[in-house]
Design a protein around this ligand. Structure first.
Ligand SMILES: Cc1ncc(COP(=O)(O)O)c(C=O)c1O
Length: 391
């Protein structure tokens, strides 16, 4: 039986990491892998997480099973930060812990499918795993262009897709710090999207994987809050893996908003059954550490300060890139208006290869760069490499 399986292509970014590690040039630059890096190129454990982990070691008295919903203290503790005053307080919203944001997206789409969703509208390019999960769940993807060439969101594309959609359709939107384009909807654009969605049968699914790394914790939540304030139903997938630096601990949450408390109880019972059949229950440690932070005002402030310093570093790199004039005709100016770790450069696959071979600059074949892979010290070298291959 197993002999029939076809070879699958290795994950392109993981393959890139191997190539980067094997490269002996001291000035090589890694813009491929999607993790935050400090100005020294490190991806450290947050101080707030270390503090929470120390507390956990001292106080945790059991590692017995939790249920499929995971640590509900963690799930509820996130609500003020993610939803603020927009959190429906009438039993219309409930959440569960998931293995990372990936688990949350998977659970949201599985639940949507169980509720009768057949097609999912999605701006492209998107995080590659979105399409893979849709494919695996046999949900049809209806693609529209997410961004315009000028670096703004393509609202016409989204409007047209929504106009052609109806019952049995969902729309998957990035809450902030769009991966891979960095192109986020403005507050006005979110208002326009919500004005369409609130009277539409199309089910919104908001994927929030980078809250705090764009304009600010509150600002980055504008879209998700607008959707849950005005739409009768919504699904939200949340990742703590970037904004708590917990990548390998797999920390995420899934929230469902329905029309009434009974429907929410039923939706969660279905999500629990799906979780049970998939991963049974989420890993505990990272979620417990986040809960400890969110229960402690001092640790919470320390965490928010750490997120702020990440955000400021990303913004400083973006500003410097946007101001550089000599990138061989590659216009870096839009990067200054975009948000989060990622941006798409208009470079060909050949130019990506040449950047790697001739200059030790590693990026995804699509032209996506992780802005946080740059430092104020190597931006000039990067821009001159770009100028060399694109000029
Ligand atoms: C848009 C988006 N959603 C979800 C995720 C999932 O994050 P994780 O599963 O690592 O928490 C990512 C990670 O890269 C992402 O970019």
């Amino acid at each position: 039986m197993l002999n029939r399986l076809d070879q699958q292509a290795p994950d392109a970014l993981l393959a890139l990491i191997k190539l980067y590690n094997a490269d002996e040039r001291p000035d090589k630059i890694d813009l491929g892998v999607g993790v935050y890096r400090t100005a020294d190129g490190a991806t450290p454990v947050f101080k707030a997480i270390k503090g929470a982990e120390r507390k956990l070691v001292e106080t945790q008295d059991s590692k017995s099973y939790l249920g499929p919903e995971g640590d509900m203290g963690f799930v509820r503790g996130l609500i003020p930060h993610v939803f603020g005053d927009a959190a429906p307080g009438d039993g219309r919203m409930e959440g569960m812990q998931t293995p990372g944001g990936t688990g949350a997206v998977r659970l949201a789409l599985s639940l949507a499918k169980k509720a009768g969703v057949k097609r999912v509208l999605m701006g492209v390019p998107s995080w590659p795993n979105h399409a893979q999960i849709l494919d695996d769940l046999e949900l049809e993807m209806v693609a529209f262009d997410h961004a315009n060439a000028d670096g703004a969101a393509n609202m016409d594309g989204l409007r047209a897709a929504l106009a052609d959609a109806g019952e049995g359709d969902a729309v998957l939107l990035h809450g902030c710090c769009h991966n891979p384009t960095g192109v986020d909807y403005t507050a006005d654009e979110w208002d326009a999207i919500v004005a369409i969605l609130k009277d539409s049968p199309v089910l919104p699914l908001i994927d929030v994987a980078y809250q705090g790394l764009g304009a600010g914790m509150e600002e980055d939540a504008y879209g998700v809050r607008a959707v849950v304030s005005h739409c009768p139903e919504a699904l939200v997938a949340y990742s703590c893996d970037k904004n708590f630096g917990l990548y390998r601990d797999r920390v995420g949450a899934f929230y469902v908003i329905t029309t009434d408390a009974d429907a929410t109880v039923r939706a969660i019972s279905n999500a629990s059954a799906l979780a049970r059949a998939n991963w049974s229950m989420p890993p505990d440690h990272g979620g417990a550490a986040v809960r400890v932070i969110l229960e402690d005002p001092v640790l919470t402030q320390q965490w928010l300060d750490e997120v702020q310093s990440m955000r400021e570093r990303i913004a400083a790199v973006r500003a410097k890139l946007a101001a550089s004039s000599n990138a061989g005709g590659v216009n870096l100016e839009p990067l200054g208006r975009q948000q989060g770790m990622f941006a798409m450069l208009p470079v060909s696959k050949e130019q990506v290869q040449q950047l790697r071979d001739d200059h030790g600059v590693y990026m995804a074949g699509s032209g996506r760069i992780n802005v946080a892979g740059l430092t104020l010290g190597n931006i000039d070298a990067f821009v001159s490499a770009l100028s060399d291959v694109a000029g």
